[in-house]
Design a protein around this ligand. Structure first.
Ligand code: 4AD
Length: 461
């Protein structure tokens, strides 16, 4: 059977599947005749009709092929999930009692297959299992196919909204967006996670953070931010570590530590508000994380020293990685941090970490020189999503800090100059976009909030 378009029908209008302006037909009037391009998302073959749920990245549409020549072609027999095609027909109101996206359907009168898809062993359903375990190697190899599914694609659509909400928020707060380099010759967060490469014969690194570059912009641009990739050669496989991640970083000039803390709260709260205020994005949240509630302000503020005491006071105490009770100076490792956050069950601004466990550039607390003016934001379910601090202002103190941390100061001359040419009290932070999304979208791991996650042992697809 070869199908032919009935040329006596009205010429079709080409639409995207989220177009709600189309006239729907019913018993009394004809609907608009349209032409839609997309792929088969779901297929139901019944005696009286074949039902296709078509998707095009914008929306979904139920397409009905009444049992006729339309359902008897070779193409129709070969229909499979992901077959791409163009369908023509009249847009109609859904009959009472039926359910389909946007309560409408396409009464198909003609179609053409554009690209077939396998329906045998190689069918997409055989390559992507229903339970998309983000730890399963086959699922990771097939990430490009996993992304075609409802769940993975909803996370990616939400991600775009969240990123735009950050951009909107920074504009509102009068921060300027800049784009620092990814190829650098300085470290920010310690040598152990540096990706090194050969830059025309010079040892260079993929950036761990744009912070140092943001600091150099303050003098001419005021408060600045960037949304760039950061790279970390993390040698452990955890729920929340990637080798390449999207880093939202901001730097504020002429502030005190308390201003930094208030800004971080305000920024997070504005981003959440913007996402929830958008009808489409809030639908995504409802689908992915129906229990999501906007956190109340202010966030709980807790000093590192009090957190150590809190961990030790639990019954039984929450132990450090060596299996001992925590003492001042211990890193609060991922497991302990997450347990604390889950028990407290609200966002925490954890502040004043000891000098020894923090990066070289952090300003000491003038009231307690054992600790830094530093902050981590901890979220239930994920733990740390933000790391920030005030920065050392004094030239000589910074030179001494390089030395203490075994860092040669020469490659940092441009960063040191921030202190030489009109230093200022300033500070900033970095937020991991994948972790923020894991929190908002209730994802178990950042592997599902990244388009193509990179971590130890995986650099494909
Ligand atoms: O705490 P971090 O290392 O801080 C910095 O890089 C600062 N220089 C930022 C600044 O002040 N401008 O990283 C900041 C955040 C973390 O809280 C976390 O959300 C995210 O970046 N992050 C990672 N996300 C995914 N995978 C990794 N390996 C990450 N390392 C850090």
């Amino acid at each position: 059977i070869v199908l032919k378009e009935d040329t006596s029908l009205p010429a079709p209008v080409k639409i995207k599947l989220n177009d709600k302006s189309i006239e729907l037909g019913d018993d009394t009037k004809k609907g608009t005749r349209v032409k839609v391009y997309g792929r088969i998302h779901r297929l139901r073959v019944q005696k009286h009709a074949t039902f296709i749920t078509l998707k095009d990245g914008y929306g979904q549409l139920q397409c009905v092929l009444p049992a006729s020549d339309l359902t008897k072609t070779y193409d129709a027999l070969m229909f499979a999930q992901e077959t791409s095609l163009v369908l023509f027909g009249e847009m109609k109101k859904l009959p009472a009692g039926a359910s389909a996206p946007d309560n409408r359907e396409l009464q198909v009168d003609y179609y053409k297959v554009i690209g077939t898809a396998p329906s045998d062993l190689d069918a997409i359903t055989n390559r992507v299992s229903r339970e998309q375990d983000p730890w399963d190697a086959q699922m990771l190899d097939n990430r490009h196919l996993v992304l075609r599914g409802d769940n993975a694609s909803t996370v990616m659509k939400l991600r775009e909204f969240v990123e735009l909400a950050f951009i909107d928020t920074y504009r509102e707060l009068q921060f300027r967006k800049v784009s620092p380099p990814a190829m650098v010759q300085t470290q920010v967060e310690g040598g152990s996670t540096l990706f090194k490469y050969d830059y025309y014969g010079e040892e260079s690194y993929l950036t761990q953070s744009s912070q140092l570059y943001l600091e150099t912009c303050l003098s001419s641009l005021g408060s600045v931010y960037c949304i760039e990739k950061s790279f970390r050669a993390e040698k452990s496989l955890t729920r929340r570590h990637l080798s390449e991640y999207t880093h939202v970083e901001a730097e504020l000039d002429f502030i005190e530590f308390d201003d930094l803390l208030s800004h971080i709260e305000e920024m997070i709260s504005k981003v959440v508000d913007k996402v929830l205020a958008d009808p489409v994005a809030s639908e995504y949240i409802k689908t992915l994380n129906p229990d999501f509630k906007k956190p109340t302000l202010p966030f709980l503020r807790m000093k590192y020293e009090d957190a150590i005491e809190w961990l030790n006071k639990q019954d039984p105490p929450i132990l450090n990685e060596e299996g001992n009770t925590h003492v001042f100076g211990d890193d609060i490792a991922e497991a302990a941090e997450r347990r604390m956050t889950d028990i407290i069950n609200r966002p925490i601004l954890l502040t004043h970490f000891p000098v020894e466990i923090k990066a070289f550039y952090m300003k000491k607390d003038p009231k307690d020189l054992r600790v830094t003016e530093s902050v981590d934001v901890l979220m239930p379910g994920v733990g740390e999503i933000v790391g920030g601090s005030m920065r050392m202002e004094d030239y000589d103190e910074l030179i001494a800090a390089y030395k203490k941390n075994g860092i040669g100061h020469e490659p940092y001359y441009w960063y040191t100059d921030v202190r030489k040419y009109g230093t200022s009290p300033h500070g900033g932070y970095g937020l991991g976009l994948e972790r923020f999304l894991a929190w908002m979208a209730n994802q178990h791991t950042v592997r599902t909030t990244s388009l193509y996650p990179r971590f130890m042992g995986r650099c494909k697809p």
